[in-house]
Design a protein around this ligand. Sequence first.
Ligand SMILES: Nc1ncnc2c1ncn2[C@@H]1O[C@H](COP(=O)(O)OP(=O)(O)OP(=O)(O)O)[C@@H](O)[C@H]1O
Ligand SMILES: [Mg+2]
Length: 306
Amino acid sequence: MTARVIFIGGGKGGTGKTTTGQNLASALLAKGLKILGVDGDGQASWSHLNGLFPRKGRPNIFTAVKQLIENFEAKLAIYHLPSGLDFIPSSAALHKIVSDLASVERSEYLLQQLLAPVLERYDIIIIDCPPALHAWTNNIFMAANDGIITVQLEPLGIASAGETLEYLQTLRKRGLFQAHDLKITGGLITMMDVRTSIHRNLAEVAEEKLGMHINFFRTRIERTIQFPESQYFGMPIDLYNKDSKGTTAYQALAEEVVSGTSLSSVSRLNVPAGFADSLLLDASSIEEQVGEDGTEITWEEVNVII
Ligand SMILES: Nc1ncnc2c1ncn2[C@@H]1O[C@H](COP(=O)(O)OP(=O)(O)OP(=O)(O)O)[C@@H](O)[C@H]1O
Ligand SMILES: [Mg+2]
């Protein structure tokens, strides 16, 4: 077997990436699959949720990348959790990885190289992305076969999903995916409050406008206090409450992910320039600021001397 590597990403913060990583991993484990979780975020949120607090001397994804940069070899620490999940934690040091990567040739391939020796051990490897698009997330994209883009039903959440697609398209134009056919598993609507018309409207906008370029999961993750509650108790939602609608939702998502029917290839992505901006206009009543006579709004520049 060779693991399928899936990133959970999107440029914006707080869109349910880590919650999706945690609960999708648990739902896949419950299906009897061998799963490795990788915390790719310096905030170390998923590590914390697993009780793996970053401590001095505790090896993590940053220490492994650093070793690979410095010595061309590394020890990749895989922690075996009581839940059956194998896990590579993160630490705050990962926040400064971008500057470390700047001086490295072919720096996009480090994570791919680190994971290569363990691919045959797992069915699926899930990587939780930071809320960013930069040289480290490029590493995650290069290590992945496909990825889930979490879409929060707010104007900026929808625009940010569009920005992620624009970014992936730019990477493709730079030649990054020439030998690597990265796919988008699907857009995943998260934290939806189905009782509100604003969320129902925005879900339609997201699925119509983003859905012209990527597929969307049929499963939508609804907002429920059971997610923060389960995290309070240090559990994925299916272990906290097997009857919760959150449990059912992530089980359904796991089915869709495994069936893999909705993959769209980044090589065929064709989003227009300014896509994220146009999504923001579609998803809100925000108007771009122009002067009264239709000219650009004015600004002044203040001299700053240090
Ligand atoms: N479906 C949901 N219903 C209610 N609360 C949720 C849901 N999904 C996530 N949350 C809560 O929203 C917050 C943000 O979620 P999460 O940490 O998963 O986002 P993130 O995209 O990983 O954030 P970051 O970009 O900072 O890494 C958390 O407190 C989480 O408990
Ligand atoms: Mg997170």
